[in-house]
Design a protein around this ligand. Structure first.
Ligand SMILES: CC(C)C(=O)/C=C/C(C(=O)O)=C(/O)C(=O)O
Ligand SMILES: [Fe+2]
Length: 306
């Protein structure tokens, strides 16, 4: 079997571990603009910026970071294809128990450990619809955009994602970061892989609909004493206008406006951009050292439920 049958719909959702669930729910609702429909247990909350069941799940934990990254596959056949391929190369695929997949509003799903970072990835095809349409508040969030993970061996992570998961490289900033799309999703990146001394979270991104969403957020975050750690700026790789700020645990969140989209066939070649500030921000801003520093990747336990 070739990996061509491994096809994605989108970055499905991000599960984040947070130390103070009430504070984080408040932050993600009132300052980021997500909607919480359900808090089915005292230690978890579902939030969304779409008409789907959730885009973010917050879990109470002593260790802030990424519990898991959910990938929505294009079809059941694509879900079968990635499970079969990963199994064939010796990666353990743990089915998600029916009780948990039902709570998550997804059908059949499995989890695995991405071997080069230790990140937990989940794969599913369907997610239930939310009870009603997402109504944006102060910010017209278009979608959960991407997650950037830090890797201690970026080229190994890139190779695993390309060769075993059928991701494609859109661009690289030399020695720093690789931007990858979950093929054939058109967006420049759904996943970024940054070089770092150890694996971790760099940031979670939400794409917004208007430039004004970025400008308004800049003032809203300042007024609420939320640390802004980069921006407003404009990224050369994807051409997006950005603002990065910290959540209550110090995890980095990005809003961005605009992003290059790739066709499924005959896409342009990836670029290798120089390792310099000009590759990061057309407007020559310098990131705050706190950017991308907080967020542990939770290992998958013996059972898929963990
Ligand atoms: C700050 C990093 C190194 C950078 O250049 C980011 C670029 C982009 C982009 O082009 O959109 C990101 O969103 C990202 O790294 O996540
Ligand atoms: Fe980003």
């Amino acid at each position: 079997m070739t990996i061509d049958a491994i096809r994605y719909r989108r970055l499905g959702y991000v599960g984040l571990n947070v130390s103070d669930l009430d504070a984080s729910v408040n932050f993600y609702e009132t300052l980021v603009g997500l909607k919480m429909d359900q808090r089915p247990q005292s230690d978890m909350a579902f939030l969304r910026c779409s008409d789907r069941h959730h885009d973010v799940v917050l879990y109470k934990s002593d260790t802030p970071g990424v519990k898991r990254v959910g990938w929505q596959m294009e079809s059941e056949a694509a879900l079968d294809a990635i499970e079969a391929h990963l199994t064939s190369i010796g990666i353990a695929c743990h089915p998600v128990a029916a009780s948990e997949s039902s709570e998550l509003g997804i059908g059949r799903a499995f989890r695995m450990t991405e071997p080069t970072t230790g990140a937990t990835f989940e794969f599913y095809h369907e997610m239930e619809a939310a009870p009603d349409a997402f109504q944006p508040t102060h910010t017209k969030i278009a979608r959960l955009g991407h997650i950037v993970l830090s890797s201690a061996d970026r080229s190994a992570t890139e190779s695993f994602l390309m060769d075993e998961m059928n991701f494609r490289v859109s661009d690289r900033i030399h020695g720093m970061v690789t931007f990858m799309r979950c093929f054939p999703n058109p967006f420049h990146h759904s996943l970024g892989v940054g070089s770092a001394g150890k694996p971790g979270l760099n940031h979670v991104n939400f794409m917004v609909t208007e430039m004004g969403d970025i400008g308004k957020a800049n003032n809203r975050m300042k007024k609420a004493d939320v640390p802004i750690v980069y921006g407003i700026g404009k990224h050369p790789p994807s051409e997006s206008v950005f603002l990065y700020f910290l959540d209550p645990d110090g995890m980095t969140i990005e809003y961005s406006y605009g992003m290059e989209e790739f066709p499924e066939t005959d896409p342009r070649m990836p670029r290798e951009m120089p390792a310099s500030l000009e590759s990061i921000d057309y407007w020559e801003g310098v990131p705050d050292p706190r950017m991308g520093k907080v967020g542990v990747l939770e290992p998958l336990g013996e059972r898929a439920e963990s």
